[in-house]
Design a protein around this ligand. Structure first.
Ligand code: ZN
Length: 68
């Protein structure tokens, strides 16, 4: 995965596959191998969900509690 470099020679405006914002309204778009793109805001939102879920799984497995 890499941050997409904007190529001014390309007439196509790329958009985030998740929220639909185009490359002019986001800080960066990451290109996926299947052709989709993910913006910085969606990346952070997805990361929060994954971390929360992993934490939940961890506490369930270990029986420990994690300070919020
Ligand atoms: Zn997005």
């Amino acid at each position: 995965m890499h941050a997409l470099k904007l190529d001014p020679a390309k007439p196509l405006v790329l958009t985030c596959s998740m929220c639909g914002k185009d490359e002019r309204h986001v800080r960066y778009l990451m290109a996926g191998t299947a052709g989709g793109h993910l913006c910085d805001a969606c990346t952070v939102a997805a990361m929060k969900i994954v971390v929360k879920q992993r934490l939940k799984d961890f506490t369930k497995r270990s029986g420990r509690t994690v300070a919020q």
